[in-house]
Structures are given as structure tokens and as C-alpha cells.
Design a protein around this ligand. Structure first.
Ligand code: FAD
Ligand code: NAI
Length: 465
């Protein structure tokens, strides 16, 4: 079998790269060791977590939010089986969609574990152990990432779970300890809190959501605490022990001091993810690595000619859309075009309630870089549509260069933040200013008017505050 491109890994990085390469006329195969296509994102990541986040949000809304709108319903009952079926159906529709797109684009799907035997040669080991070899002008490593583990703590996916187990609990735990106040901890903690668990989050740092703007993280913490989340910041988990009733975690202040004991039915370990390169044969091939990631240049090339890498396995945020855009750019580069990803404008969204969304630099990053900036802020309490929908929590914050007015970062906590952030992303992609944003007519009444008002506020001319 001879191909122009063989992609190893059918996650958002790999499958998008394959489709774009096929669109550009290349002969393409994708090797995937999982039973279905779509990788972490579609099978055990973005898609199932968002299905449960939406469903659990509806459950909470039916129990608490509707009465104030004059919609009187009986207290809702949870049918967790039906909720999980909704999640599984959503996953199935998405992974089958990728299989359809492969057929449509005449991409060969090779099931099995891929190994790079030599530049230009990929060996695929099927479930039965049989090996086949294919030749490739270019090989793309898109093998993604795996759960980071805590030393000495065994994840059994029942009582001590990773995100994978937390997406498939058999019943809502009465209590849940979440290790790590990152994206997974807060999203999956939200799901189970809404379905009845008491959630306690233990975070090593003195803040939640590292990497997000500090003011946004503080406000998010306050809103989550109002919902019932408990936080132990500046603490690390030293040990987790299974007991007759569940689990017992010993946590220690990060700076040293007396330990505390927490008990719960289930512990979720969500302390990050690690690039996954096991069994690929990269070491034998001499592929250079850095901090566990495959080292690449600006064009996704490794140090070994014709071997490329994209997505979670390389530097940058571990996000599906970043992997997709890299896949698309690499396919275009392989076709002799000028594929490129602007790493300064990659939005990030945390799908809690309310959502948290961010693009560009945070205030902390601008301070550290010594950039003079102006801030414009606008709260949703002053937005008519937010009041009409009883979604007044949160604010929009626009950071613009003090001299040029170019927008450098936009941060939003609020209902629908994950959709609103994209007008900021488009503006920033075009190098726009806060004045450009402020002079763009925004439909009334919309939550997005708060983005315009925050842009007006950069020059201290917001109207509705
Ligand atoms: P992956 O999606 O990890 O795909 C890699 C694929 O390679 C896998 O299918 C694996 O089986 C396969 N593979 C590995 N080694 C081999 C081999 N040797 N041979 C054959 N196949 C191999 N990101 C977002 O942007 N938004 C979200 O809302 C979001 N939610 C998430 C929720 C959870 C619970 C988790 C865990 C992650 C979430 N992410 C989210 C992150 C997102 O899933 C990843 O950034 C994304 O999947 C990375 O894509 P990828 O193509 O690099 O790798
Ligand atoms: P994360 O990196 O977002 O957060 C991990 C947190 O755990 C950090 O705050 C870290 O300080 C803390 N931590 C590390 N070791 C600890 C310890 N021993 N004790 C206590 N706290 C400790 O990682 P997370 O949440 O596991 O997510 C993994 C990746 O998946 C992220 O990189 C994220 O980009 C991606 N993801 C994205 C989503 C989205 O875009 N909505 C949703 C879910 C995941």
C-alpha cells in the first residue's frame, strides 16, 4: 500500500488533516488503534462531556430556574440511564460522521496500532496481531494525549476515576473529591454537583483555572462556590485510600503544614494530560522530544525528514480546535501551500455554568511582558437581554494596547460566553482595535452588546453603566 500521507491517530488533529489532504488530491490513510474514529475528543472528551453538561444543566434549570420565569413544573426526577444514552447517542453520531467523511473523501481507514518502522514506512498491528506495512511520502503523528496520573494512586475508573470514568458513573455519588481545579475538574465537577453530589475541589495552586485571566478565575470561583462547590486551594493530594464507604484522601498544604483528611464516595483525578507516544517507535527513529512532547518546527516537521506531528502530542494548548487547525495547516503545507496557525488567537472555553471564555493575552501576561494596556469592562447585570433571561452573572473584559488600541485579549464569564468569544477572535485575527469593536453595530437586545460596551469602556465611554 503506497500513500502520499499516512496519519497515525484519528482524533480531531488526525482526521481533519486527512480530510484536508484528500481534498487537496493526496492519497491518504489513517491508522487508528481505537474501535471508533474521532479520538479522545469525540469518544471520551469534548463531545460526551458537553452532552452531560447540557443535560445536567437542563436538570438543574428544571429544578431551580424555571419557577422565577413563571414556569411551574414538578420537581424533576433524574433518569441517569436516559442521560447516559443521550451522551452515547451523541458520541455515536459524531464518530459515525467521521467514518462517513472518510468514505466520502476516499480515505483508507486502517484499524490497528501504528508504528513508524522507518521514514516512509508505517507498520500497522491489528487486534489479531497481524502486521501490515504501508509506504508513505509523509507520516503525520497525531496520537494525542492520555490522563496524567498521581504517583501511588491507582485509577480504577469506579471509585478513583479519571475523566473517562467520570463520564460513565453508574449513579451520582453523594460526594465527589476533585483533584485539580482545571478545565476537566470544574466541568465534570459541575455535572455531578448538578445531579446531586457534594463537590470538593483540591487544587495545588492558590487559584483555579491556571492560564485564564486572574480576575475571571476569581469571579468563576465565587460563582461556583455560590452553586455549592467547596475549594481547598494551595493543597495537594498526598494519598488516596479506598474505604468500606468510598475513598479517603489525605491532603497537605502546598507550602507544608498539617495534613487534612477528606472522605467521599468517588475521587476524580484531573491534574492534566500527557502527550501519548507509546509504541510509536519514535526513540528508535531518533525523533527529538521536549518535555514529553514531539519537538516540531514552525511547519510541524520533526527532526526526521518526512515525519510530522500535530495536536496534543506537540507544544501548545491541548485543545481540539487547535489540533484541527494544525491538521488543516499541515495538509496545506504538504500540498505546497502556505498553511499557518496563529497561536496568538486560539480561544479557550470552559463549559461551566456560566461559561468562561478567553482569547489572547491575560492581564497577568501583559504585566509580565511589560506591555502598557487599557482595560474596558462591562457587567451582564447592566445588559437588558441578560436580565430578561435571568443570566446576569459575569462580565466582559477587553484588554487593548495603550498606544495603538489593538485588542490583545478578551475574557468573558457569562451565559453563552463560548459563542460570544468568536467576535473577539475574528477581530483579533484581523488586528482590530477596541474602537473597531465599539463602532461595530451589535443587535439589540443581545448578550453580545456587553462585548461592544466593554470595548467602549476601554476609552471610558460605555453607555449603560
Ligand atoms: P486525540 O483526540 O487524543 O486522538 C489521538 C488518537 O490517536 C486516539 O484516537 C488514539 O487512540 C490514537 N492513537 C494513539 N496512538 C496510536 C497508535 N500508535 N496507533 C494508532 N492510533 C493511535 N478540547 C476542546 O477543545 N474542547 C473541549 O470541550 C474539550 N473537552 C475535553 C473533555 C475531556 C474530558 C477531555 C479528556 C479532553 C477534552 N478536550 C477538549 C481536549 C481534546 O479532547 C484534545 O485536545 C483533542 O482530542 C486532541 O486531539 P488530537 O487529535 O491531538 O488527539
Ligand atoms: P488542567 O491542566 O486544565 O488542570 C489541572 C489542574 O490540576 C491544574 O490547576 C494544576 O495546578 C492541578 N494539579 C496538578 N497536580 C496537582 C496535585 N497533585 N494536587 C492538586 N492539584 C494539582 O488539566 P485537566 O483539567 O486535567 O485537563 C486536561 C486538558 O484537557 C487541558 O489541557 C485542557 O486544555 C483539556 N480540556 C479542555 C476542555 C475545554 O476546552 N473545555 C475541557 C476539558 C479538558
Amino acid at each position: 500500500m503506497a500513500y502520499d500521507v499516512v496519519v497515525i491517530g484519528a482524533g480531531p488533529g488526525g482526521y481533519v488533516c486527512a480530510i484536508r489532504a484528500a481534498q487537496l488530491g493526496m492519497r491518504v490513510a489513517v491508522v487508528e488503534k481505537g474501535k471508533t474514529l474521532g479520538g479522545t475528543c469525540l469518544n471520551i472528551g469534548c463531545i460526551p462531556s458537553k452532552a452531560l453538561l447540557y443535560a445536567s444543566e437542563m436538570f438543574e434549570e428544571a429544578g431551580h430556574g424555571l419557577g422565577a420565569l413563571g414556569v411551574v413544573v414538578a420537581p424533576p426526577k433524574l433518569d441517569l440511564g436516559a442521560m447516559m444514552k443521550h451522551k452515547d447517542d451523541t458520541v455515536a453520531a459524531n464518530v459515525n460522521g467521521v467514518a462517513f467523511l472518510f468514505k466520502k473523501n476516499k480515505i483508507d481507514s486502517l484499524q490497528g496500532e501504528g508504528r513508524i518502522a522507518a521514514p516512509g514506512r508505517v507498520v500497522v498491528k491489528g487486534a489479531d496481531g497481524a502486521e501490515t506495512t504501508c509506504e508513505a511520502k509523509a507520516i503525520v503523528v497525531a496520537t494525542g494525549s492520555d490522563v496524567a496520573r498521581l504517583p501511588g494512586i491507582d485509577i480504577d475508573e469506579k471509585q478513583i476515576v479519571s475523566s473517562t470514568g467520570a463520564l460513565a458513573l453508574a449513579k451520582p455519588p453523594k460526594s465527589l473529591i476533585v483533584v485539580g481545579a482545571g478545565v476537566i475538574g470544574l466541568e465534570l465537577g459541575s455535572v455531578w454537583r448538578r445531579l446531586g453530589a457534594e463537590v470538593t475541589v483540591v487544587e495545588f495552586l492558590d487559584r483555579i483555572l491556571p492560564g485564564m485571566d486572574g480576575e475571571v478565575a476569581k469571579q468563576t470561583q465565587r460563582l461556583l462556590e455560590k452553586q455549592g462547590f467547596k475549594f481547598h486551594l494551595s493543597h495537594k493530594v498526598a494519598a488516596v485510600e479506598k474505604t468500606a464507604k468510598g475513598v479517603k484522601a489525605t491532603i497537605e498544604p502546598a507550602a507544608g503544614g498539617a495534613p487534612l483528611t477528606l472522605e467521599a464516595e468517588v475521587v476524580l483525578v484531573a491534574i492534566g494530560r500527557r502527550p501519548y507516544t507509546q509504541g510509536l517507535g519514535l526513540e528508535a527513529l531518533g525523533v527529538a522530544m521536549e518535555r514529553g512532547q514531539v519537538k516540531i518546527d514552525d511547519h510541524f516537521a520533526t527532526n526526521v525528514p518526512t515525519v510530522y506531528a500535530i495536536g496534543d502530542v506537540v507544544r501548545g494548548p491541548m485543545l481540539a480546535h487547535k489540533a484541527e487547525d494544525e491538521g488543516m495547516a499541515l495538509a496545506e503545507i504538504l500540498a505546497g501551500q502556505a498553511g499557518h496557525v496563529n497561536t496568538d488567537v486560539i480561544p479557550g472555553v470552559v463549559y461551566t455554568s456560566p461559561e468562561v471564555a478567553s482569547v489572547g493575552k491575560t492581564e497577568e501576561e501583559l504585566k509580565a511582558a511589560g506591555v502598557a494596556y487599557a482595560v474596558g469592562k462591562f457587567p451582564f447585570t447592566a445588559n437588558g437581554r441578560a436580565r430578561a433571561m435571568r443570566h446576569t452573572d459575569g462580565f466582559v473584559k477587553v484588554l487593548a494596547d495603550a498606544a495603538s488600541d489593538r485588542v490583545l485579549g478578551v475574557h468573558i464569564v457569562g451565559f453563552g460566553a463560548g459563542e460570544m468569544i468568536h467576535e473577539a477572535a475574528v477581530l483579533m485575527e484581523f488586528g482590530g482595535s477596541s474602537e473597531d469593536l465599539a463602532r461595530t453595530c451589535h443587535a439589540h437586545p443581545t448578550m453580545s452588546e456587553a462585548v461592544k460596551e466593554a470595548a467602549l469602556a476601554v476609552a471610558k465611554r460605555a453607555i449603560h453603566v
